[in-house]
Design a protein around this ligand. Sequence first.
Ligand code: SF4
Length: 283
Amino acid sequence: MALRPSSVRATKSGGKRVTRRKRRPPDPAKAWARRLARTRPGLVDFVLQELAGRYGRPVWQRRLDPTSELVLTILSQNSADVNAERAFESLRAAFPSGAGVEIHEPGPGWGGRGLTPGAPPDWAAVEAAPIGQLVEAIRPGGLAVQKAPRIQAALRHIREERGNHSLEFLGEMSALEARDWLTGIDGIGKKTASVLLLFSFGLPLMPVDRHVERVSKRIGLLPAKATSDQAHDEYLAVLEPDRVLEAHVNLIQHGRVICHARNPEHDRCPVAARCRFVDPRAL
Ligand code: SF4
């Protein structure tokens, strides 16, 4: 770590001693935000404005209780959202709870049809189930063998820490404290934690999924070589908190509708004039 001179002090013997202070390492996410603002001023506002003109401005509303949101998000990891919904509905049928019925309001940005109304599964029964039974229950979602132990480990962690399976307490924490708590669970990364906290509590955390990452890197909103982990923090430095939901939902929409992984439709794109994929020198 770099040191810098701080002050020169007299010693008891009359000599002089230079004390040095540790220089704090620069925050790479803030450095990226400063660089973007300096080299491409107004880019974030331009992109959000154009995408809102095409897709509208989403209004936040809670989609599900946070424990259901967590498990549904685990089920959607590397699977289509519609398959995650099938797995979640199968989980409800296999482990019925008799709790109150929830209405799933996924809104734009979610790629499924929305869950049919139903009570959340009995989380204690899901946690205690023989692993083979849980694998069978979530098989319609794909990658069941990997996801079943991840779901049980998450439920066990929550119960051991909190005494039950509720995650409502996260709404009382700051956004980054809540994210840290969740990422302390094995198998839960910043993306899954951010989805839960954004959609269950409206906390301003930006989930960077494959659509958001692809579109953002093409335009130049994120550095081309940013890892997924870095991208989450860079977006927190780049975005105003009250624009996080809009940015997340509309970048996903854009990735699905126009900026496809293969054959992006530049001719139909409202941000093409400032996209570095089209013009590497675009400002
Ligand atoms: S101009 Fe092309 S690559 Fe750039 S955001 Fe639009 S569709 Fe994607």
